[in-house]
Design a protein around this ligand. Sequence first.
Ligand SMILES: NC(=O)c1ccc[n+]([C@@H]2O[C@H](COP(=O)([O-])OP(=O)(O)OC[C@H]3O[C@@H](n4cnc5c(N)ncnc54)[C@H](OP(=O)(O)O)[C@@H]3O)[C@@H](O)[C@H]2O)c1
Length: 260
Amino acid sequence: MPILGIGTYLLSNAQAKNSVYWALRDGYRLIDTARIYGNEEGVGRGIKKAIDEGFVTREEIFVTTKMWTSDFNNGAAAIQGSLSRLGLDYIDLMILHHSQPSNDVTAYKAMETAVSEGKLRSIGLSNYYTPSDFDRLVNATTITPALLQNETHPYHQSKEMKAHLKQYGTVMESWFPLGGRGNTTTLFNDKTISSIAAAHNKTSAQIILRWHLQAGNIVIPGSSNEAHIAENYNIFDFKLTDEEMQRLTDIDKNTRFASY
Ligand SMILES: NC(=O)c1ccc[n+]([C@@H]2O[C@H](COP(=O)([O-])OP(=O)(O)OC[C@H]3O[C@@H](n4cnc5c(N)ncnc54)[C@H](OP(=O)(O)O)[C@@H]3O)[C@@H](O)[C@H]2O)c1
């Protein structure tokens, strides 16, 4: 899957349409949405516009959406609903939005069925924060989660979960990669991050995103701003040194910004 994508949390349908369109035009091939964001239709319209204008084909892009917890007992209908709101005949990756021990196995099995029907290409999880919770789901199901999407950024580097995922070949995807809407200045003004940014003549956002990629995290920065979307993609013309990566590893506080 593509390693850098556009996130759409808190974007309206109109904003999501624009952000997805700008991102695909700029070279992004990965899109992240969720039923609970209420913007799958806007995301679908952005995809359609980019395809209609010849920037991409459906096969070149990778669309992720998430099944919300209140849909877990009606997984098949939830999958169908996302397909129709997105205007797609398959989804590249669907993930369960949150751990919910009472019925997440049921929901995951509905996704497994949809894989066999060709409606979903791959499946995974989001918001499983302990190895035992992750293993609980894995041990009760058949298809190994392709991906785990958790809050991950320089102050919460998810080291324990990433080490645990290795045995499964499951990849970590970072949400709140920049700290999340309302928290970004905390990371942007961090002395280590901003000094590395100055050394490379890049922005703090670009340094953080480059850190995610070099640390092996798939990353989906959210943005409704055309210039930010272009800036966030412009991170493939430089490399952080081993020493800079170590300095960034060292600022981990193992603390999250979100409380959910
Ligand atoms: N699974 C989950 O539970 C979960 C939870 C949260 C998020 N997510 C997913 O992960 C994605 C990323 O998280 P997020 O969007 O919440 O937070 P984020 O990517 O850490 O931060 C988004 C914030 O950063 C700003 N920003 C983006 N690029 C910037 C730049 N180059 N310079 C300055 N500011 C910049 C955005 O403002 P502008 O709009 O002005 O650019 C927005 O305020 C979401 O969009 C969503 O798809 C998943």
